[in-house]
Design a protein around this ligand. Structure first.
Ligand SMILES: [Zn+2]
Length: 448
């Protein structure tokens, strides 16, 4: 856009008298000369309202580029952003809380990304403290609790848009600045108090608050991460202030699979098992991904800490069904699962270990996975058990567990078809496991 176009209105009035004309020409020349020394040149000749009117025709990207032209221009655009922004650039904070189509949501997120870019550029010379103040003001403006328009905070995308905005503004900040941003935002929304309440109370006793905590962390800090190290950084900020027991609780609140009812399903893992692969993915994929990420990509966690978190999680609020523990371990991958199982072996928990191994075989058979990964885990477990007699105890215990499982399901086979399937799966799991053992035993005489 040619800004000179808007200067036409500043032409001096015509006059018929030549002396006046000359004088005017002289004055204009002087004026033009004086504009050269103005920070914005000719643009300074225009009244502020008109300058803001010009800005209305620019895109947010153009405005953000203009902010890095000069300090004066940046101040002018900051003034515009703060005082006149909502209308022409459609940054209506009310729309955020409406029920939007997927397309509208994408458009809204893109808009807030651009807005983040504008704020990032226009505040690049500010102190972190002042930038955080601007971020918090922004959060206040869009928070669901401050909008009459928000009918269902669990479904509106205001916090998601804020997350997009935040990640754009703080992109490239160092870790200590990001930590400050995290602390300031949590403090601003009193979230630490809420976390303390939910992790120290009986699971599910503050169902609504658990949902608020989940969405706050997911939408603002985690779901907008574009890289794995970024996500590892933010989840560590969220969990690290708390002891392991609370970390496990918080991690399940944030990443438990089934949240369709808007509440955490605390007892699901102790009462039901997934019926198929898709269901299994709902149960375990999010929680296993975040555990893997902590294990493989964050330097702030030791393997023992992660194992403790898994142990704590799988016994809260009551012990998970062993089949679900096996499902989670398989989803976590061989490396993490082996470490957890080896730690149980070192501590002599053979009964629990045998039960998990039998369930790992069962899950593999049910979901058509190869049982080979279970056999690899077995190798590592056998290797860490030092006493040969205990190795034998452990192996016998596995086969006894299979026997108990098969007999248990057999007792109920007449009652319904579902148990019929269970019986089949248990027998298949035992068969597969035994087949592998037989192959290992006779490996030297069998074809490769
Ligand atoms: Zn809302």
């Amino acid at each position: 856009m040619d800004i000179k176009f808007y200067l036409l209105s500043k032409k001096p009035r015509r006059s018929s008298r030549s002396s006046v004309k000359e004088k005017n020409v002289h004055t204009v020349a002087k004026k033009v000369e004086s504009f050269h020394s103005c920070p914005l040149g000719y643009f300074d000749a225009i009244p502020i309202e008109l300058r803001f009117s010009i800005f209305q025709f620019l895109t947010i990207e153009d405005l953000s580029i203009l902010t890095i032209v000069s300090k004066t221009m940046r101040n002018l655009i900051e003034g515009y952003r703060v005082t006149r922004f909502s209308g022409p650039h459609c940054m209506s904070y009310r729309d955020l809380h409406l029920r939007l189509s997927l397309e509208q949501q994408t458009e809204m997120l893109s808009k807030y990304h651009k807005l983040g870019l504008l704020v990032k550029r226009s505040t690049c010379l500010y102190a972190t403290k002042d930038r955080l103040k601007i971020i918090n003001e922004f959060l206040t403006r869009i928070a669901c609790s401050n909008s009459d328009n928000c009918k269902d905070p669990s479904r509106c995308i205001a916090l998601l848009c804020f997350g997009k905005f935040l990640h754009t503004v703080i992109a490239g900040w160092d870790d200590s600045e990001c930590q400050r941003a995290f602390d300031t935002i949590c403090q601003h929304m009193c979230i630490t108090k809420h976390v303390k309440t939910v992790v120290s109370s009986k699971p599910g006793s503050h169902g609504h608050l658990e949902g608020v905590v989940r969405q706050f962390f997911r939408w603002i800090f985690l779901d907008q991460c574009t890289t794995i190290p970024d996500k590892a950084f933010w989840i560590s900020r969220i969990l690290k202030p708390w002891p392991i027991v609370f970390q496990a609780r918080l991690l399940f609140i944030i990443y438990s699979g089934n949240f369709t009812s808007g509440e955490i399903q605390w007892h699901e893992m102790s009462e039901t098992t997934p019926v198929d692969t898709e269901h299994s993915s709902i149960f375990f994929s999010s929680i296993s991904s975040i555990l893997q990420l902590l294990h493989l990509h964050s330097t702030e966690w030791t393997s023992d800490e992660i194992i403790s978190i898994i142990d704590e999680m799988t016994s809260t609020p009551e012990d998970w069904l062993v089949e679900n523990i096996a499902g989670l371990l398989l989803a976590c991958g061989e490396c993490l699962a082996t470490k957890l199982l080896a730690s149980k072996a070192i501590n002599g928990k053979y009964v629990e270990l045998a039960s998990i191994i039998a369930s790992l075989c069962l899950v593999c058979v049910k979901h058509n996975h190869s049982i080979n990964q279970v056999m690899t885990m077995m190798d590592c477990i056998i290797a860490v058990i030092e006493n040969p007699r205990e190795k034998l105890v452990f192996l016998n215990r596995i086969l006894d567990t299979f026997k108990e499982l098969v007999l248990d399901t057999h007792e109920f086979t007449d009652s319904d078809d579902a148990n019929d399937n269970e019986f089949f799966f248990h027998v298949s799991a035992l068969t597969e496991f035994t087949r592998k053992l037989a192959h290992l035993a006779y490996k030297h005489i069998l074809p490769h």
